[in-house]
Design a protein around this ligand. Structure first.
Ligand code: NAD
Length: 373
């Protein structure tokens, strides 16, 4: 009974006893208790339909149990304490997770394949999850920020058997709309709401907490978690149904990458023509040719810095997904497939792990000439 007393569940009769020891007489954990209660909740719905009074009595106790649990997990300001899981703590997920920890008063549990990435968050106050299964079993809200649709699928496979009904999940990755919709359907069967919530603004805005976060899926779930999302966002946009935010994000990145490719090509004309790169970039950045792609090249590539902030491999994935959407919707792909071919060449030349702006190096290699400030 220690656990129940600690959690504030006393005097609830045989219902609580069944919950505390489980079916095998083994004292249960809070995660297990929730799983048992979820089972009972299902049973309650069936029993209520059959009109069996004793089950309704059990259901009332169940509600009392939940109410007590909620009451016991409030912070001094009366806000319900949650456990938030964060999976994928790389260039984007790491700063988003740390900003969230600063902005909210909830316990944060983290997981990443890379122990360094985990350490950067545990040093900021998070707890490292023992496993994905343990994270899934103990969290009310889960964020993922993962490199590819395959990685998101692998993580959902890892958490699905243990995730609790009522959990909300926001996928902050740039994902394929079809994958997001498929995972949404799988998790909906478990009573879990998956929303796609890709972000834009890069590492700089992930670090200063001003990302644009676009969200697709149940609007009520989005509104319920708005204040938590705001901890790492400067602008939140609910786009529409699940998958719609991923479409918006892929269009955004298609524009970024086409603009970057055009800027790299233009800068190489300047380099070959012997124009001063400082003067050229000043003209473009103060003129009508400016773009986020151009600014990225000027800030990094033209200084010879190619360490990944937004890895070229990830840009290739994003643009490939945008080109897939062109095919799906019958939009003639005139520009995006060209930029995709440039990224493919860059990967073939071994630049995939470098920054996206390393697309400039394709031109530099072919022409035997560098564009530098
Ligand atoms: P990243 O490669 O820096 O980070 C990804 C992290 O996920 C890594 O730490 C990796 O170890 C971890 N990971 C991979 N597979 C995993 C698994 N199965 N289980 C647990 N952890 C796993 O990538 P990033 O730049 O942070 O990008 C994350 C997502 O955000 C991508 O979908 C990307 O397209 C998108 N995005 C990136 C940027 C950017 O500028 N970098 C901007 C907007 C959106």
């Amino acid at each position: 009974m220690d656990l129940l007393e600690a959690e504030g569940f006393v005097g609830l009769g045989e219902f609580a006893e069944a919950a505390v020891v489980g079916g095998d007489g083994v004292p249960t954990s809070w995660g297990r208790l929730r799983a048992i209660l979820a089972h009972v909740e299902k049973h309650r719905a069936a029993a209520a339909c059959a009109g069996r009074g004793c089950r309704v009595l059990h259901a009332a106790r169940h509600d009392a149990l939940i109410a007590r649990k909620e009451g016991s997990r409030r912070d001094p300001r009366g806000e319900r304490q949650m456990r938030i899981g964060f999976v994928g703590l790389g260039n984007m997920g790491g700063p988003m997770c740390r900003n969230m920890m600063k902005g909210v008063n909830h316990e944060v549990v983290v997981h990443d394949l890379n122990p360094e990435a985990v350490r950067a968050c545990t040093e900021a106050g998070a707890t490292a999850a023992e496993s994905l299964a343990a994270l899934a079993a103990s969290c009310d809200l889960i964020f993922t920020s993962l490199p590819t649709p395959k990685a998101v699928e692998a993580v959902v496979d890892g958490i699905a058997p243990n995730i609790r009904p009522g959990t909300a999940m926001f996928d902050l990755s740039t994902n394929a709309p079809a994958v997001v919709k498929r995972l949404h359907a799988i998790l909906a069967e478990k009573g879990v709401a998956l929303l796609d919530a890709p972000v834009t603004g890069g590492v700089v805005r992930a670090t200063d907490g001003t990302l644009v976060v676009m969200v697709g899926g149940e609007e009520a779930v989005f509104e319920q978690h708005r204040s938590i999302l705001a901890a790492f966002s400067g602008q939140l946009v609910h786009v529409g149904p699940v998958g719609s935010a991923s479409v918006a994000k892929l269009i955004n990145n298609m524009l970024l990458l086409c603009n970057s490719a055009a800027a790299a090509e233009g800068l190489m004309i300047g380099a070959k023509a012997g124009i001063d790169m400082g003067k050229l970039t000043a003209i473009i950045q103060n003129g009508s040719g400016d773009s986020a792609g151009m600014r990225g090249l000027a800030a990094r590539a033209l200084k010879g810095e190619f360490k990944a902030s937004f890895a070229l491999d990830l840009a290739y994935k994003d643009l490939g997904l945008a080109v897939d959407l062109e095919a799906e919707y019958g939009v003639p792909g005139l520009l995006a497939p060209q930029a995709l071919a440039l990224l493919r060449m860059a990967r073939g030349m071994g630049f995939g792990q470098l920054d996206t702006t390393a697309m400039l190096k394709v031109y530099e290699s072919i022409l035997g000439c560098e564009a530098r400030l």
